[in-house]
Design a protein around this ligand. Structure first.
Ligand code: KG4
Ligand code: ZN
Length: 343
């Protein structure tokens, strides 16, 4: 059985984990730079790369200790090769490739969104393929038909801002800090989502694409009109905005479920941690007889565990990367190597 080290450095989280084919996850370590980027209202790429360099090796030592193994026990290494910030990706790629070279073990660069797609496989309650997936993160909003490992059909995506990005930008408008999703989610609990009108973009048109920039502009206009020094006004804006995003995501998922007749839905990526989305999605899908799957909260946002798991699946099935560092800041999910599942 293989032990695979997973390395995630595509954005502002340094994530490391070891996945063992027979025992499952042996250890998982995460260092988040989010607090450090908060002052800037978003991730500063150059600072992110430097911080990955600073943190990754001490984190690796801690990971090996927690897993009670040495690096010589590793059988393979996987790292996020994209999509993501070019400089940040290079840090994980450089460490992964040089470590694999030194240990003489295989290395593979994997796709960050494929890792999110499969993250719920790390849970006891895990889906079987084929399934429909809603990928909602800071960089992507996509509906994907997951046919088999490596075979993904993109059914719809955001034409502009991603759902998480919209949360982050609205939080910035309201001067709430970064990342915006969890902050808005908490404040929304104290607000009335019906107090102000918010559009549900592109829901009146057929199709499975999204657009969140109009909703963001609508929210900006509202913020300019209202007195946001009043806390209740802020709460009501957060609640109304969140509700509009959640309703839009759910409506498109329901449409895609009907279109594909799939009976399982995976919701993955940072926004999958949103409580309101989980609550309303359950309400809607229960009625349809569709099962919904999530990973545990800490694996919805970026982490090394999903990279280790995906790397393990790909390496086990004979997929191999090369010793040159792969870094693809833009990498379509549909351009992945398909693999024959040998299990
Ligand atoms: O998957 P992720 O950690 O990184 C990317 O691959 O982008 O997703 C981060 C995004 C951020 O935009 C953040 O605001 C959002 O996920 N997010 C949330 C919540 N937790 C994180 N959005 C809404 N509600 C949450 N609870
Ligand atoms: Zn992510």
């Amino acid at each position: 059985m293989m032990k695979v080290l997973g390395i995630e450095t595509s954005c502002d989280e340094t994530g490391l984990a070891i996945y063992d084919g027979s025992k499952g996850l042996l250890a998982n370590e995460l260092y988040s730079q989010a607090r450090f980027h908060s002052d800037f209202g978003g991730v500063v790429p150059e600072l992110a790369s430097r911080d990955h360099v600073r943190k990754i090796l001490p984190l690796l030592d801690r990971l090996l200790q927690a897993a009670h193994i040495s690096e010589n026990d590793l059988d393979g290494i996987a790292y996020t090769a994209g999509p993501g910030l070019a400089g940040a990706l290079m840090v994980g790629g450089a460490i992964a490739t040089s470590l694999a070279f030194a240990l003489d073990i295989p290395v593979i660069g994997v796709h960050h969104m494929e890792a999110h797609l499969l993250s719920s496989m790390l849970e006891k309650h895990s889906p079987e393929m084929p399934f429909l997936a809603l990928l909602v993160s800071g960089g992507h909003t996509q509906i994907v038909n997951v046919k088999s490992l490596g075979d993904y059909e993109l059914l719809g995506e955001s034409l502009d801002d991603a759902a998480g990005e919209a949360f982050d930008k609205v939080a910035k408008l309201l001067q709430l800090g970064y990342p915006g999703g969890p902050i808005i989610g908490n404040l929304a609990d104290k607000g009335d989502c019906k107090k102000y009108d918010f559009p549900r973009p592109m829901t009146d048109k057929p199709g499975l694409d999204f657009s969140f920039s109009g909703l963001k502009t609508h929210t900006r206009n509202l913020v300019n009109e209202l007195d946001t020094s009043n806390q209740q006004v802020k709460y009501d804006i957060c609640a109304g905005f969140q509700e509009a995003v959640v309703d839009t995501l759910i409506l498109k998922c329901v449409r895609a479920l009907k279109q594909t007749s799939l009976e399982s839905l995976v919701v993955a990526g940072g926004v999958a941690a949103n409580n309101r989305l989980r609550f309303k999605m359950r309400e809607k899908t229960e009625k349809m007889g569709v099962s919904v799957f999530y990973s545990r909260l800490e694996f919805c946002t970026d982490n090394g565990a999903m990279i280790a798991y995906l790397g393990h699946e790909r390496l086990k099935n004979g997929d191999r990367g090369s010793m040159s560092i792969e870094s693809y800041p833009r990498w379509p999910l549909e351009n992945l190597r398909q693999i024959q599942n040998k299990t």
